[in-house]
Design a protein around this ligand. Sequence first.
Ligand SMILES: [Zn+2]
Length: 89
Amino acid sequence: MAVFSLYCLLLFLASCLGDQYPPPAMPRGKRTVFAVFCSETGNRLGSARFHKQDKKGRAWKEHAQKLVKYCPACRKRMKVTLKEERHSK
Ligand SMILES: [Zn+2]
């Protein structure tokens, strides 16, 4: 019984530490910032962040293909083109 409660204490301490220091196993790969442009006018619509690869190994391009954003110049939701902007830390 004493061993068990010691184990619980250890788990408790570990979870406290986990709050202060993000566990290194959590972030999977770097996220990259992409500038989002209207595919028609080239109007800049903002930015988006993607993991280079998601958990299932799909590349960001597969997600980006489905992305539509409202473009004020075209006054409707447009397919977008993405340009890699910078790496987020
Ligand atoms: Zn547009």
